[in-house]
Design a protein around this ligand. Structure first.
Ligand code: NAD
Ligand code: IPM
Ligand code: MN
Length: 353
C-alpha cells in the first residue's frame, strides 16, 4: 500500500469550504482503489493567522511543507490584510521557493458546462496553458523611491532568466510533442523590447529541438481576442507569468466559470513538492454561505492524481465532474443549481466507482 502525505493549506474565505470537498474526493478515491492511501495534515495559515501572528505562515513553514508529497491549497487573501502581503508571503512564496516553475492550467469546456460564447462547445475549447510560474513580471524586484514625496517613483522589474525562460518553453514544446498538439507562443515583443524579444528568441531556439511541433506566435492582445472569437486555434499555449495569469481567467470564463478552473504548480524535477489549487480566489462576496463551487478544487485533485502517476483516476474524476454537469446533479448556484458546497462534493464522491 502506497501512502502519500498531503499538506492542506485551506487559506481564506471560501478556501476552507472547497478544500473540505477536495479532501473528501481524494479519500473516496483511495477507499475505492485500495492500493493507495493519503494522510492529510492541515495548516491554518492565511489572513486570520496573520492577524494573530503577524506572519502568513511560521518562519519554518517551508521546511514543514517540504516533507510532504504534495500540497493542496484553497485560496489566499482577505480584506483586512493587504493582498500584496498575503499573497507574496504565502502563495507566491511557495511557488517561488519550491521552484514550481510550471503552472499547468487546463482550459477545457466539459459537456454540460455553461459557455458564454455563441456556438462554441467542447470541440472548440480544449487547451492547456503552460504559464511561467517562478519569475517574469512576478519577480518581486523593484523599489519605491521618495515615498509620499512629490518626486515619488516606483519601479517594478520583470526578470527573465535564460534558465527560467528555457525550461518553461521546453516543457511546453515537450508536452506539444508528446500529445501531437500545436503550440502557441504568447508574447508582446512589439512593446516589451527586452523581455519579450528575449522570450521570443528562446522560443525559436528551443523550437529547433522540436521540428515536428507546429507552432504559432501571437501577441497577448491578439491572443485574448482570438480566445473569444476563435478558441479552437489554441491547443498547448505558453505564456509568461502575468500574461498566463490574465489569459487563464479569460479561459475560465469561456470554459464554465471560475468554479471549474484549476491549476497545478509543478516542480517537474520533483526536488520540492508540487501544489494543486483552484485558480479562483477567496471570493469574499460569497464566503461563509456554503454556496461556493468546489469543482475547481476537485479538478485540482484530478491534476494531483495525474502527477502522482494515477492518470486513470485523474480521468475518472474529470468524467465525474462532467457527469454532474450533463445530468445537472447537485450543482452550486454559479452553475445554475441549488446545491451547497458540501452537497456538491458529496455527490461527486458518490459518482466515483
Ligand atoms: P475571486 O476569484 O476570489 O472571485 C471572483 C468572482 O468569482 C467572485 O464573484 C466570486 O464569488 C466568484 N467565484 C470565485 N470562485 C468561486 C467558486 N468556487 N464558486 C463560485 N463563485 C466563485 O477573485 P477576487 O475577488 O479578485 O479576489 C478575492 C481575493 O482572493 C483577493 O484577496 C485576491 O488577491 C485573492 N486571490 C487569491 C487567489 C489564490 O489564492 N490562488 C487567486 C485569485 C485571487
Ligand atoms: C492566480 C492568482 C495569483 C496570481 C494571485 C492571487 C497572486 O491570481 O493564481 O491566478 O496572480 O498568480
Ligand atoms: Mn489569477
Amino acid at each position: 500500500m502506497k501512502n502519500y502525505k498531503i499538506a492542506v493549506v485551506p487559506g481564506d474565505g471560501i478556501g476552507p469550504e472547497v478544500m473540505d470537498e477536495a479532501v473528501k474526493v481524494l479519500k473516496r478515491v483511495a477507499e475505492i482503489d485500495g492500493g493507495m492511501s493519503f494522510s492529510f495534515t492541515t495548516y491554518p495559515w492565511g489572513c486570520q493567522y496573520y492577524l494573530e501572528n503577524h506572519e502568513m505562515m511560521p518562519a519554518d513553514g517551508l521546511d514543514i511543507l517540504k516533507q510532504y508529497d504534495a500540497i493542496l491549497l484553497g485560496a489566499v487573501g482577505y480584506p483586512g490584510v493587504p493582498d500584496h502581503v498575503s499573497l507574496r508571503d504565502l502563495l507566491l512564496r511557495i511557488r517561488h521557493d519550491f521552484d514550481q516553475y510550471i503552472n499547468l492550467r487546463p482550459i477545457k469546456l466539459l459537456r454540460g458546462a455553461p459557455c458564454p460564447l455563441e456556438g462554441m462547445g467542447p470541440e472548440e475549447i480544449n487547451m492547456t496553458f503552460i504559464r511561467e510560474n517562478s519569475e517574469g513580471e512576478y519577480s518581486g524586484s523593484g523599489a519605491w523611491l521618495y515615498k509620499d514625496k512629490p518626486e515619488e517613483v516606483v519601479i517594478q522589474n520583470s526578470v527573465f532568466s535564460r534558465k527560467g525562460t528555457e525550461r518553461v518553453i521546453r516543457y511546453a514544446y515537450e508536452l506539444a510533442h508528446k500529445t501531437h498538439q500545436t503550440l502557441t507562443n504568447v508574447s508582446k515583443g512589439n512593446a516589451l523590447n527586452y523581455s519579450m524579444v528575449f522570450w521570443d528568441q528562446i522560443f525559436d531556439e528551443v523550437g529547433k529541438e522540436y521540428p515536428d511541433v507546429k507552432t504559432y506566435k501571437l501577441m497577448v492582445d491578439a491572443a485574448s481576442m482570438f480566445m473569444v472569437k476563435d478558441p479552437k486555434r489554441f491547443q498547448v499555449v505558453v505564456a509568461s507569468n502575468l500574461f498566463g495569469d490574465i489569459l487563464t481567467d479569460l479561459g475560465a470564463a469561456i470554459a464554465g466559470g471560475m468554479g471549474l478552473a484549476a491549476g497545478a504548480n509543478l516542480n517537474p524535477d520533483r526536488t520540492f513538492p508540487s501544489m494543486f489549487e483552484p485558480i479562483h480566489g477567496s471570493a469574499p462576496d460569497i464566503a461563509g454561505q456554503g454556496i461556493s463551487n468546489p469543482l475547481a478544487s476537485v479538478w485540482a485533485v484530478s491534476q494531483l492524481l495525474d502527477f502522482l502517476g494515477y492518470e486513470d483516476w485523474g480521468k475518472k474524476v474529470i468524467d465525474a465532474i462532467e457527469k454532474m454537469l450533463v445530468e445537472k446533479i447537485a450543482l452550486t448556484p454559479d452553475l445554475g443549481g441549488k446545491a451547497s458546497t458540501s452537497e456538491c462534493g458529496t455527490a461527486l464522491a458518490a459518482i466515483l466507482n
